[in-house]
Design a protein around this ligand. Structure first.
Ligand SMILES: [Zn+2]
Length: 428
């Protein structure tokens, strides 16, 4: 099973927008851009919402059948570990092995020693194609990297083999993720992490590093954009170099766990993948759920009442809802409107405050972030919320689909004609 060059992870909290998400990808495909949809959902999301991994598979299969979509697509067991993977094995064909918890736990001494010895040929000045500066690699540095990451990669190997035993090798896509950790990985760390992944026999097709800057949920990137661009380009170059050096899968590429809506770095990412002719996978978080709320608000009537009710229930539970996301949200509580204020809004006002359009005067990032983590409130509403999704399906689907196509796929994958040209050259 091969993940094509450009792929996009659509997260969907309530497993209701598969068709709307697929239609966005199909519109890009119709315009000649070869992008593969992946439905990603983590164990954490399933647990909070009360869905099971098979629901995501059904959502994807139903959408594909409804539109007679003939291209490849995948269902990603996002951020799984050895203790959570089992329910995902049958319905998923893409597995994101999350080993962040094992980073900085040292491997045993002999293992570390043999790793350092094996890779001592890289000690000295390391030149990587596409990176102007050479890196200075020392024995101590390789040892420090091994101490920090080797145990985590060994754990990834354990999870990989567990899945391979059940599904058979080659019957699924493997990603290794280390984005949910404290410190970003440097390009040199990435290089030796990939060496360890190759040693472990993990045929990784995507790798998710942590980058500098803040990747807050559902809002734009916060950080030094020039610094990010450099780091991103270097990681792209390291991946290409490591593929050749260590014999990793040819299509290995970066996976960006974006937390959605990182508009200001989409340009630099598009530029880098064009420059290196590299592939890219972008995962989005569940901002589709916010498009559902926008659709409900715009529908008016009971839809708008329900959207307002979600806010009215979320605001008093600020601490509880935001707690688990403390490191990935930045809410300015002074900016949060009162329940009375929101209740006085019409649907257009609610939608404009929520929609991520920085040029719009009514856009309120604090309001947006609170509702983003407030999906638990909607989950608790049960059939009232789910029935409303069905009742107002048309207006919701339009918002979900436009959001993915225009705010995500276009700036990342469709800004440069490389994807289209490649399709043409293959006679597709
Ligand atoms: Zn992630």
């Amino acid at each position: 099973m091969i993940l094509p060059k450009y792929s996009f992870g659509v997260g969907d909290r309530f497993c209701h927008q598969g068709k709307a998400q697929l239609s966005a990808v199909m519109k890009a495909n119709e315009r000649g851009f070869d992008i593969t949809p992946v439905w990603n959902k983590s164990n954490r999301e399933h647990t909070i919402i009360g869905t099971i991994p098979a629901d995501t598979r059904k959502e994807a299969d139903d959408a594909v059948a409804a539109f007679r979509y003939g291209g490849p697509y995948f269902v990603d067991a996002d951020h799984i570990g050895l203790d959570t993977v089992d329910p995902f094995i049958e319905p998923s064909d893409f597995f994101t092995l999350d080993v962040a918890d094992f980073i900085t736990k040292p491997a045993d001494r002999a293992d570390t020693d043999s790793f350092v010895k094996k890779y001592d040929k890289y000690i000295g000045s390391l030149a990587i194609d596409g990176i102007d500066e050479n890196f200075n690699v020392t024995d101590d540095q390789i040892r420090a990297i091994a101490n920090k990451f080797l145990l985590a990669i060994r754990q990834a190997g354990r999870i990989y083999r567990h899945i391979a035993e059940a599904r058979g090798e080659g019957n699924f896509i493997t990603e290794v993720s280390m984005d949910e950790t404290d410190e970003p990985q440097t390009p040199v760390e990435m290089f030796f992490i990939l060496a360890a992944i190759a040693d472990e026999g993990i045929p990784a097709q995507t790798i998710a590093p942590k980058f500098t800057g803040r990747f807050n949920k559902g809002v734009d990137y916060v950080g030094d954009i020039a610094g990010f661009s450099k780091e991103f380009e270097q990681d792209v170059a390291v991946v290409a170099f490591a593929v050749r050096e260590f014999g990793l899968p040819e299509n290995l590429k970066l996976s960006i766990h974006s937390g959605s809506d990182k508009f200001s770095i989409y340009g630099p990412m598009a530029k880098a993948i064009k420059k290196f002719d590299a592939g890219l996978h972008i995962k989005t978080a569940g901002t589709t759920w916010l498009e559902e709320l926008i659709g409900l608000a715009l529908a008016g009537g009971e839809g708008l009442a329900l959207a307002k009710d979600v806010y009215a229930r979320a605001l008093p539970r600020f601490g509880e809802l935001c707690g688990p996301y403390a490191t990935v949200i930045d809410i300015n509580t002074v900016e949060l409107p009162t329940i009375e204020e929101v209740n006085a809004w019409d649907g257009q006002h609610f939608a404009s405050a929520l929609r991520h359009d920085p040029s719009c005067e009514q856009y309120n990032p604090s309001f947006r972030q609170l509702l983003h983590v407030g999906y638990k409130v909607a989950a608790e509403m049960g059939s009232r919320f789910l029935n409303a999704l069905d009742t107002y399906e048309d207006v919701i689907a339009r918002n979900v689909s436009e959001n993915i196509l225009e705010r995500h796929l276009q700036p990342v994958f469709m800004a440069h004609p490389q994807a289209r040209d490649r399709r043409k050259s293959q006679g597709l």
